[in-house]
Write a protein that binds this ligand. Structure first.
Ligand SMILES: [Zn+2]
Length: 99
C-alpha cells in the first residue's frame, strides 16, 4: 500500500505541524506552513510510517535526522518556528543588551 500525504488546516493539527497515521498509511501536513517547512514535515512524518521502533523518543530523533538530511532548510525554519515569539524576543533583547 502506498503512503498518502494530505494537507490539512491549521485548526486540525495545531499545535503540531504534522501527524502520521501508521495504520492508514497517511500523513497529515499543515497547509498554512511555509513551503520548505511543509517539505520537511512531510519527510519527517513519512519516516514515521516506515519506522519499526516503538520508543517515542527514538522515533522523533530518527524522523528529525531523516528530515534534516532530506530538507536541511526546512528543518532549520521548522526549528525557528517551534520557538515561541515571546522567547525569540527575550533572546533578541538579551543579545542587543536591552534587558
Ligand atoms: Zn514526529
Amino acid at each position: 500500500m502506498k503512503s498518502k500525504v494530505k494537507y490539512v488546516s491549521k485548526k486540525r493539527l495545531y499545535p503540531a505541524f504534522g501527524e502520521a497515521h501508521i495504520g492508514k498509511k497517511v500523513v497529515y501536513v499543515r497547509k498554512d506552513l511555509p513551503k520548505i517547512v511543509k517539505k520537511f514535515v512531510k519527510e519527517h512524518e513519512l519516516y514515521h510510517l516506515k519506522d519499526k521502533s516503538k520508543v517515542i523518543f527514538w522515533r522523533e530523533i530518527k524522523a528529525n535526522f531523516y528530515g534534516l538530511f532530506k530538507r536541511p532548510l526546512g528543518f532549520l525554519l521548522c526549528l525557528i518556528m517551534s520557538l515561541a515569539p515571546s522567547r525569540l524576543k527575550f533572546y533578541f533583547n538579551r543579545i542587543v543588551g536591552k534587558e
